[in-house]
Write a protein that binds this ligand. Structure first.
Ligand code: PLP
Length: 407
């Protein structure tokens, strides 16, 4: 037997049906046969012909596949695809966006290290950083991320990592990526940019000097609200080699089927992003002119505080917008319960339009004062604009807004 063709070829040894049933036929493809779609290699482990080959394969992240927590062909196809889209050298795929973020933080940081992070940060990232402070003696300093000077004033010999997001949620803030990433590089501070909301279609942070790009592939990359996933993409493969053993220990590895579903979504990413941006633009301008709405936050609006930066850093405004209803908390609740095409659900980045009202859901414990301090108005509604017809979306938004126009 050449190589490991699989025990199914050993038919003469299999007399009993119990043995034959276990060893279903598992044949490699004939040389030269190339499936058009990426094969789903839904296997936890891989068989070897010799113990020495198996031992050799355990040396690092590349080489032969051994065990799917350490590497898997379908997951590797996703990693290579993501690295290509972001202009990185290599990538590690994870079970979720938080798996990627926690994995990178835990792999890089040691007690006494300082992290400088953008103040308006994804809630899960903020919670993970807070946990590092309490449990592991890591120091975290927050900056607005609009000015490079803030970073320069805080950065010191213990600064290990700068954490930013291309587009923050729900404010739509776009940090000064070119300035901050260049400053981090000058000081040998590793930079990590969560690019989930922009996707590599609207921004490739590595082009501005990022060392690591983070993704919740759950959002725009997979795009169909049917799978969780995350990824870290590295500008330089040395960083992946350093981080990989630790992420294998932490175990938040991507499952092959999840990777396969994500790969299934990616070919339409540029088409979907175009529609998300166009639809968000239609809704943002009409919402701004509606009497029930006090303010709209979308970085591609000329009135947004990040507009000038967004024009430098992004190639479109993205699909996430938020707006403040004049009627406050009760109006927010009524709006998210009044929409009929859009759905009330957490998450974002899928083909369908979703709405949330932070003051009555994720932030419902906060009084008005504490809400305002967190940058969230009581009447703030977040909308992940999908790829439906924009006129249908506007009709839905209008009928949900009409009872909210104050007399
Ligand atoms: C959703 C999200 C995450 C977390 O991703 P999961 O896949 O839910 O773990 C991280 N960052 C941003 C910006 C997100 O929107």
């Amino acid at each position: 037997m050449a190589g490991v063709a699989g025990p199914s070829e050993e038919g003469d040894l299999m007399e009993d049906i119990r043995t034959r049933a276990v060893h279903v036929v598992n044949q490699p493809l004939p040389q030269g046969s190339w499936p058009l779609s990426v094969p789903l290699v839904q296997s936890s482990a891989f068989a070897f012909a010799s113990a020495s080959e198996l031992a050799e394969a355990m040396a690092g992240p590349d080489g032969q596949y051994v065990y799917s927590r350490r590497g898997n062909p379908t997951v590797r196809a996703l990693e290579r695809t993501l690295a290509g889209l972001e202009g990185g050298a290599s990538a590690i795929a994870f079970a979720s966006g938080m798996g990627a973020i926690s994995g990178v933080l835990l792999a890089l940081l040691r007690p006494g290290d300082q992290v400088i992070a953008q103040r308006c940060l994804y809630g899960g990232t903020y919670a993970a950083l807070t946990d590092l402070v309490g449990r592991y003696g890591v120091e975290v300093a927050y900056i607005s991320a609009d000015e490079v000077d803030e970073f320069e004033a805080l950065a010191g010999p213990r600064t290990r990592l700068l954490v930013l997001e291309t587009i923050a949620n729900p404010t739509g803030q776009v940090p000064d990526l070119p300035g901050l990433l260049a400053a981090a590089r000058r000081r040998n501070v590793i930079s990590a940019v969560d690019n989930s909301l922009a996707s590599p279609v609207l921004c490739r942070p590595i082009e501005f000097g990022a060392d690591i790009v983070l993704h919740s592939t759950t959002k725009y990359l997979a795009g169909h609200s049917d799978v969780l996933g995350g990824a870290a993409i590295f500008a330089d493969d040395a960083l992946r080699q350093e981080i990989w053993p630790r992420t294998v220990e932490l175990g938040a590895s991507a499952d092959p089927f999840a990777a396969w579903l994500t790969l299934r979504g990616i070919p339409t990413l540029p088409l979907r992003m175009r529609e998300h941006c166009a639809n968000a633009g239609v809704l943002a301008s009409r919402l701004a002119a509606h009497p029930a709405v006090m303010a709209v936050h979308w970085p591609w609006s000329t009135t947004h505080p990040s507009y000038a930066t967004a024009r430098k850093v992004l190639s479109g405004g993205g699909g996430l917008l938020s707006f403040e209803l004049a009627g406050g908390r009760e109006a927010g609740r009524m709006f998210v319960e009044g929409v009929r095409v859009a759905r009330l659900a957490l998450s974002l980045g899928g083909v369908e339009t979703l709405v949330t009202h932070p003051a009555s859901t994720s932030h419902r414990e906060l009084e008005e004062g504490a809400l305002a301090a967190a940058g969230i108005e009581a009447g703030l509604v977040r909308m992940s604009v999908g790829i439906e017809d924009p006129e249908d979306l506007w009709r839905d938004v209008e009928q949900a807004l009409s009872p909210l126009v104050l007399g």
